[in-house]
Design a protein around this ligand. Structure first.
Ligand code: NAD
Length: 440
């Protein structure tokens, strides 16, 4: 919109100078722009519910907090933190907390929105939320990390709670961080509140199977999708980007099922072995050194070599925007299973679709983590804990059923699995929105 005005009324000038906030500008691509394009693609399939579609394009609430901490050397450092609740029509907000030097409000908004879609896709009774701190935690000592976590939890304490918004681990956060968050919230409210976060240690209200749940979900949904396109897992060549909680477990489960994990890339570099990497040994190496670089029994590869490697299944399990118009055409896989949130840009989605590559989208593929988080939250409320076998069986059933529903929707409307997942999920979200009506 032009900002130039001729002789005009104050109202006209106000309109003329009005610009969309940057986060609502679809040309301002980034994770939030990607999400907005995905919503635009689903809108034609929502029927009468499409009158509510704008709801999906606006986060309900976004909190930016200053997180000051005293470093071990006595200086004071300030970090910017966020908690965004995208939509709570179906239940309390739910979504992870990310500690990363590139975290932005736009990114957290998109991640929160994808949580709304994901939670509805697997039909757990949550809305979507996400949080993060713009920090490289590798530069902090353990004490500094604990102070950062506790101060951040206190700052967002005004909007989280077991019935309001329940954080969980994401990139660079883990059980230990969740334990500090739970303790801080409990200290501030004066009562032990195990249900305020999920992904906690099992010894303090965590659930068996939670740590492996996202990777297990990636494996379950990936296997179902492979079956649909007639690709046997045994002997399939798999490449994984990101070898942390999600990529590491998914890689391990594919290897255990007889697949060959031929290439892995993480922040430290890339490694490959045409005959298949020894995944348990690679996991040990990562646990010891912090990354895959330097792993013996593999050759090191560049990023370009990773994306163009000969494989059947590619699993991006690191960050957003990793598969983009620069590398999408080089991908040789028959199938991409999105372990990460938002790893494929809309342009890359189109390139992959034109090449006949099946993309199993994040909003269904990585929903295993939040599904077991839901089990953990239910167990915390009832103070009654289930066996790991029970958790895994329930997880696998939910993931398979959800995937089948999405697959059938895709066939029915002749759309991609991403648009199909959005159709299923956004219909659920907006049905709840419609039933609740607008307040006041
Ligand atoms: P993690 O911190 O355990 O692992 C992150 C991995 O990404 C590490 O191997 C790291 O080296 C790698 N990485 C970071 N920057 C990279 C870069 N520039 N290039 C290549 N690799 C890079 O995190 P995680 O929990 O495994 O999360 C990974 C992705 O999965 C994220 O997108 C996250 O939002 C998503 N996810 C996680 C969960 C969960 O339960 N943890 C659930 C759903 C989705």
């Amino acid at each position: 919109m032009s900002t130039r005005t001729t002789k005009s009324s104050p109202a006209a000038a106000a309109v003329a100078t009005h610009r969309l906030p940057s986060y609502l500008d679809p040309n301002h691509l980034g994770p939030w722009g990607t999400y907005l394009q995905q919503v635009d693609r689903v809108a034609p399939y929502l029927g009468p519910l499409s009158r509510w579609v704008e709801t999906l394009k606006r986060p309900k609430r976004a909190l930016i907090v200053d997180v000051p901490i005293e470093l071990d050397n006595g200086t004071i450092a300030h970090f910017e933190g966020y908690r965004v609740q995208h939509n709570v029509s179906r239940g309390p907000g739910k979504g992870g907390v990310r500690f990363h030097q590139d975290v932005t409000l736009s990114e957290v908004m998109a991640l929160a929105a994808w949580m709304s879609v994901k939670n509805a896709a697997v039909n757990v009774p949550y809305g979507g939320a996400k949080g993060g701190i713009r920090v490289d935690p590798r530069n902090l000592t353990k004490g500094e990390l604990e102070r950062l976590t506790r101060r951040y939890t206190s700052e967002i304490g005004i909007i989280i709670g077991p019935n309001k918004d329940i954080p969980a681990p994401d990139v660079n956060t883990n059980e230990k961080v969740m334990a500090w968050m739970m303790d801080t919230y409990s200290m501030n409210t004066g009562a032990t509140a195990t249900g305020v976060v999920t992904g906690k240690p099992v010894d303090m209200g965590g659930s068996l199977g939670r740590r492996e749940a996202t990777g297990r979900g990636v494996f379950t949904v990936g296997s179902e999708a492979a079956r649909q396109i007639g690709l046997p897992i045994e002997g399939a060549r798999v490449a994984v980007q990101g070898f942390g909680n999600v990529g590491g477990i998914a890689g391990k489960l594919f290897a255990e099922a007889g697949a060959l994990v031929v290439a892995v890339q993480d922040h430290s570099g890339g490694v490959a072995n045409d005959k298949g990497l020894n995944v348990p040994k690679l996991l040990e190496h990562v646990a010891k050194t912090g990354g895959v670089a330097g792993f013996r029994g593999a050759e090191s590869i560049t990023s370009t070599e990773f994306w163009s490697c000969k494989c059947d299944i590619m699993i991006p399990a690191a960050l957003e925007g990793q598969i983009n118009k620069q590398n999408a055409s080089k991908i040789k896989a028959k199938m991409v299973i999105e372990g990460a949130n938002g790893p494929t840009t809309p342009e890359a989605d189109d390139i992959l679709q034109d090449k006949g590559v099946l993309v199993v989208p994040d909003v269904i593929a990585n929903a295993g983590g939040v599904t077991v988080s839901y089990f953990e939250w239910v167990q915390d409320f009832s103070s009654f804990f289930w066996s790991e076998d029970e958790i895994n069986q329930r997880l696998i059933k939910i993931m398979k059923d959800a995937f089948d529903g999405v697959w059938n929707t895709a066939q029915q409307h002749k759309v991609s699995l991403r648009t199909a997942t959005f159709i299923v999920a956004c219909t659920r979200i907006l049905t709840a929105r419609d039933l609740r009506g607008l307040y006041p």
